[in-house]
Write a protein that binds this ligand. Structure first.
Ligand code: ADP
Ligand code: MG
Length: 701
């Protein structure tokens, strides 16, 4: 049979018909033969083992027994009747029970004929019974195309209720295999199949539905996972190549006077190797006639700002303007001050544009931007207002990617003839595993090394019962002149409990650290902005030694003298949040500490989170653990990326396969960008078929 047959509507499969076809469509998304073929079991039951009735025990899982029915009776019950059959083998007897469909089933049962029965046991009054067993005549059982491992397909309640049981689905698939004689079109090239010792498509499909052995089942899984990941990567990489060849960008040919002067005279430290490497990657992009679209990931404190600034200087050297956008006014102002300071002695015009810039200054900025007098504009969202027109924006840098949507990013494109190069910086590590799939069409740079001399933040987990010794420790640190954060979870803004915890905590801390010796600031989300600011300022000026706060302090605060972070009810925070909070300390020269306070009752996941924090300060490692605990669905930016619609592969567990598939896809497209070589004909056909259906592009930037 040919490929066309696989596109036949499922309603034409023998034993399906229109009403079952409708159910398969609505419940499982199965429309064609091919869809059914790619509807994979999610587990297998070992059917090599048979039980004897005298071996039966309570609480056994699904089991199978060979025996025969000796007697059938109908027992009246409240509604209708139930059917009870006595079932025996040479060792004993038990009951088979049907609560529904008694009448219909009674007619189909054969007495004194060997059956294989399969199902879960119940035990009552010293007698075993099996409700609604799966039954098959022993002769049929021996005849059928089936194997030791019986597939169990995903199902829904509706399907089961309508009689489309696992057995019915298995039977449909068996019919399908018979109709097409088990021959399926290959989708990979011979070369790939041989190189990676893969099963052919036909063998893989046969063994995923009817495993001939454990070994072949594993191989079938591998082949199908590989194929799935390979075609996703093929699409992602192809898209990236198309973008690069189609979207032209400014070519920053030279590194000139600004860059060189700065590098020689103003650079306050040696760049780390990671910074140098990333800078090289950026330079390659911006000197290539194509628009750069790069994501720069680097943990808090890894030194992204200097990389941004050096990139900006290259743009200026080529006669262009640059912009740097941050998500909050505090961060924008911090960048502005830091960059002004770094550029001291250089004749460059740098301005800050935020919502609170006065009209007069704003007008000046607009003017200078349009005339080209302004070199670098730093600011918040105010940067992408329509009134803001650059003379020639060459590079747009965006700090903290996740706070800006794709829409906002693309807004910057339309300000000029060619789009500016785009560099997006984020401190939220996207695990590499995920980045490859979710952002496979963006270029990614990673600063995976902290500047030298950073002291690791000593992290400890303490129980509430250790509170006194923790207080003692805080007093010692405060006596040395340090400051302390104490953070309470505020998972839900409206949760009265959370505020109560915070206020109770604040009271007990006030008792333990009394005035006038100690001063305490408190900041939480229900306070007015100006009160918050006032309390923050007191802490910044070191007028208070303790800051009691909710997670509002997560973003943007930089207080180098604060060296202790106490996180209350730490079991309630997610890993990335714990990591972000901890990043608030360790910014000065002193040894810093993070203390995770919890009660004794901890879930298994919470234990892993706490252990991970104590063990590691590597944001990428922490993000990987987070990904494993929570699954990709909960991580930012992945919801719509298509990685979740995987049928068989798992981007975490099958990461090795993913990497191989990715490398292979790159090699293949480098050699044969349009997939037109004869040896790649199967790949091309499959690729076109998949691309037709695939929606993974629609939501990726
Ligand atoms: P982030 O990646 O979080 O934006 P920053 O760019 O703010 O990090 O850098 C954090 C601190 O590290 C800054 O004070 C910066 O001056 C310093 N820094 C950056 N790179 C280096 C380096 N190579 N050597 C020493 N200090 C560095
Ligand atoms: Mg930063």
């Amino acid at each position: 049979m040919s490929v066309a047959t696989l596109n036949t509507s499922i309603s034409y499969l023998k034993g399906v018909g229109p009403s079952r076809a409708d159910l398969l469509k609505s419940e499982l998304g199965i429309f064609t033969f091919n869809d059914l073929l790619h509807f994979f079991p999610n587990r297998y039951i070992d059917r090599t083992q048979f039980f004897k009735i005298n071996q039966l025990q309570q609480n056994t899982a699904e089991i199978q027994i060979i025996g025969k029915i000796t007697h059938i009776k109908t027992v009246a019950q409240k509604k209708g009747s139930r059917l009870v059959a006595t079932f025996i083998d040479e060792t004993g007897s038990m009951e088979l029970i049907w609560f529904r469909g008694a009448k219909w089933i009674k007619d189909t049962l054969k007495v004194n004929t060997p059956y294989v029965i399969f199902g879960k046991l119940t035990y009552f009054n010293g007698l075993f019974s099996m409700p609604h067993p799966e039954m098959e005549l022993l002769v049929d059982y021996k005849k059928n195309l089936r194997t030791a491992m019986q597939p169990v397909y995903p199902s829904t309640e509706k399907l089961t209720n309508k009689g489309i049981t696992n057995r019915v689905v298995s039977k449909m698939i068996q019919t399908l295999f018979e109709e097409v004689e088990g021959r399926f079109t290959e989708t990979l090239s011979d070369e790939i199949i041989q190189k990676f010792h893969l099963l052919s498509k036909s063998e893989a499909l046969l063994n995923i539905h009817f495993p001939q052995s454990h070994d072949l089942l594993t191989k079938a899984h591998n082949r199908l996972k590989f194929e799935e990941l390979f075609f996703i990567q093929l699409q992602l990489i192809r898209k990236k190549l198309i973008r690069k060849s189609k979207i032209k960008g400014y070519n920053f040919e030279k590194v000139g006077a600004y860059f060189n002067y700065f590098y020689k005279n103003n650079l306050p430290f040696d760049l780390t190797n990671a910074q140098k490497r990333v800078l090289k990657e950026i330079r390659k992009d911006i000197g290539s006639n194509a628009q750069m679209n790069r994501l720069l990931q680097g943990d808090v404190g890894s030194g992204k700002t200097i990389v941004a600034l050096l990139t900006i200087l290259i743009a200026l050297d080529n006669g262009f303007q640059a912009s740097l956008m941050a998500p909050t006014e505090i961060l924008a102002t911090q960048h502005f001050n830091a960059i002004k300071e770094l550029l001291v002695g250089m004749d460059l015009n740098v301005k800050l544009l935020t919502g609170s810039v006065k009209t007069k200054e704003r007008k000046l900025i607009h003017q200078q931007l349009e005339s080209g007098e302004l070199h670098i504009l730093i600011g918040t969202h105010a940067l992408i207002e329509d009134k803001v027109q650059f003379k020639n924006l060459g590079i747009a840098i965006i700090d903290e990617q996740h706070r800006f949507g794709v829409e906002q990013r693309s807004k910057m494109w339309h300000k000029n003839d060619l789009p500016p190069h785009i560099l997006v910086m984020t401190a939220t590590p996207i695990p590499r595993t995920l980045a490859m799939s979710a952002y496979g069409d963006l270029d990614i740079s990673v600063i995976d090394e902290l500047p030298p001399g950073r002291k690791e933040i000593a992290t400890a987990h303490r129980y509430d019962s250790n509170r006194l010794s923790v207080f003692k420790f805080l007093k010692d640190e405060i006596a040395k002149g340090r400051q302390v954060y104490i953070v309470y979870p505020l998972i839900n803004e409206s949760e009265a409990m959370d505020y109560k915890d915070l206020m109770d905590g604040y009271e007990s801390i006030s008792r333990e650290f009394p005035v006038p010796k100690y001063q305490i600031s408190i900041v939480h989300g229900k306070m007015k902005a100006e009160d918050k600011e006032y309390e923050m300022q007191r802490f910044i000026k070191n007028e208070t030694q303790i800051m009691v706060a909710t997670t509002v302090i997560e973003v943007g605060v930089n207080i180098p003298n604060a060296s202790v972070m106490v996180i209350e009810s730490a079991e309630r925070f997610g890993l990335s949040q714990l990591h972000q909070l901890r990043g608030r300390v360790g910014r000065g020269a002193e040894q810093s500490y993070c203390i995770l306070m919890t009660s004794f009752k901890l879930s298994a996941d919470a234990k892993i989170r706490l252990e991970t924090m104590v063990k590691s300060s590597d944001g990428f490692y922490i993000a990987e653990v987070d990904l494993k605990l929570r699954g990709p669905g909960n991580l930012m930016g992945t919801q719509q990326s298509g990685v979740l619609n995987l049928k068989i592969a798992d981007i975490i567990k099958d990461n090795v396969i993913l990497k191989t598939a990715r490398i292979l896809a790159i090699e293949l497209l480098t050699k044969d960008p349009s997939l037109s070589l004869p040896e790649n004909r199967y790949i091309k056909t499959a690729y076109l078929e998949i691309s037709k259906k695939s929606t993974i592009w629609q939501n990726i930037s």
